[in-house]
Write a new protein. Structure first.
Length: 129
């Protein structure tokens, strides 16, 4: 009798355990897009797990501009070593425009005469920025 009860309980547990499906845990992911501006090289979006870090892309290029090295998330600079992703986001490239008009640079050179009076000469240079 005890053997039959044991076998029935064991069979019941076997059926219950076999019919249980493992719990599927879905990973939450977010999309990170890179906005580089008109005429600039494009950068593929990245799919990042919740709490993960973005892989820093290669520097983009854009005619007439130099990439500043900064990717902005709104008004904040994104730090690829520290910042983590907790939502979809767009990182925007920051550019410095290359100017073709020259800028005037003024250098003042001061001299002291024998009576310790100061005099100055002004040198003007034009330099493209």
């Amino acid at each position: 009798m005890k053997k039959r009860l044991f076998l029935l309980v064991a069979l019941f547990l076997l059926v219950v355990l076999a019919s249980c499906e493992p719990e599927v845990v879905e990973t939450i992911t977010y999309t990170v897009t890179f906005e580089t501006g008109e005429g600039a090289t494009t950068i593929d979006e990245q799919i990042i797990d919740n709490g993960g870090k973005v892989t820093e892309p290669e520097d983009p290029t854009r005619p007439g501009y130099v990439f500043s090295g900064k990717w902005m998330n709104g008004s904040f600079e994104w730090n690829f070593d520290l910042d983590i992703v907790t939502d979809d986001l767009t990182l925007v490239a920051e550019w410095l425009e290359i100017s073709s008009s020259p800028s005037e640079i003024i250098h003042f050179i001061y001299f002291m005469d024998a009576d310790r009076r100061r005099s100055s000469n002004v040198h003007r240079f034009h330099q493209a920025s």
